[in-house]
Write a protein that binds this ligand. Sequence first.
Ligand SMILES: *Cc1c(COP(=O)(O)O)cnc(C)c1O
Length: 393
Amino acid sequence: MKAAPADMTTTAILDATRGVLGNAPRPVLLHGPDLRGRAGDYVKECIDTAWVSSAGAYVDRFERELAATTGARRAVAVVNGTAALHIALKLVGVEAGDEVLIPSLTFVATANAVSYCGAIPHFVDVEPGTLGLDPISLEQRLAMIGERVNGRVVSRETGRRLAAVVPMHTFGHPVDLAGLMEVCERWGLPVVEDAAESLGSYYRDRHTGTFGRLGILSFNGNKIVTTGGGGAILADDEELADRAKHLTTTAKVPHRWEFIHDETGYNYRMPNINAALGCGQLERLEEMVALKRRLADTYRDALADVRGVRFIQEPPGCRSNYWLNAIELDEGLAGDRDAILAALDDEGIQARPIWRPMHQLSMYQSCPRADLLVTERLARRIINLPSSASLAG
Ligand SMILES: *Cc1c(COP(=O)(O)O)cnc(C)c1O
């Protein structure tokens, strides 16, 4: 079969996207928040009572509701997802000079949080199906460079300790957790799940972010549930959760009046006014997931007959929140990606390429890495389409 000419594909993608978006007012954002429901009442209550900052009932309530929603024993609310990752990595034992295995195809926060620990990201390839960390790439990389020394895993290549693995659920699609957990358990490597994009997504019947030793969520303004800015650490281990709370609240020792801090802590606690917004948002999570799944169905149907384009779908046996809708262009169309983005942009339709891979960013280009063939291939070919819940017809 002959490849579709690029301009025909561009037109077909434009037509399909126009059809999905209907007469939604232009510009159509890639992802905007949906703040309907009781969020406004809760925020107003914070203002009326002056409980807006780092103490107040909404933070505890938000944490309880997050735990109930995800099935994690505990949730600790913090200022953003990056801060959550930073503390989670510290708590599983990542130290300065260690390496942490992460996908290169991720948002920069995953790599930055590793750097905040003084550690070095070590990039592993992703799977074309889930767009997430590939258990086979991880296994092969460990087999090639990993060595067990006195109960630790050390890189033969750099001599540094391999301290943890951070899988990420790209665009809300659950990564192959069974495969990854098996490899990590065999090597004795702790897992921190970057579930920043996957609140409401389930791997089989269990919520993402609850498989690793710790998991993290983000409530940035562009995520499925927002607190303005915010994040959370998910834990099943009470002691780790207590440590997370302590470290994120300046490591203050509880006392009626004394200011005593027993280690260098962080001012990472989520403010009450943000948690109030989050409580209102979380009440609508299932409604939001349903809307986003309906929007994804509409995109999938509209794009089904467009040659050279694959609509990215949830992996079998999983429920994705379809946070961001994504298409993958055939290899022959990779060179036309920017023309397609421009054509959409010209019509006030905000589409975006997937992130520039971490190993291609200046500050991470000399980090250790596996072969990243799939990452490099996908990075040139994936486009995100407008995904706000309000667009579901
Ligand atoms: C959003 C996001 C984060 C955290 O971002 P914050 O803006 O700090 O809340 C982390 N990892 C991934 C993959 C993300 O998409």
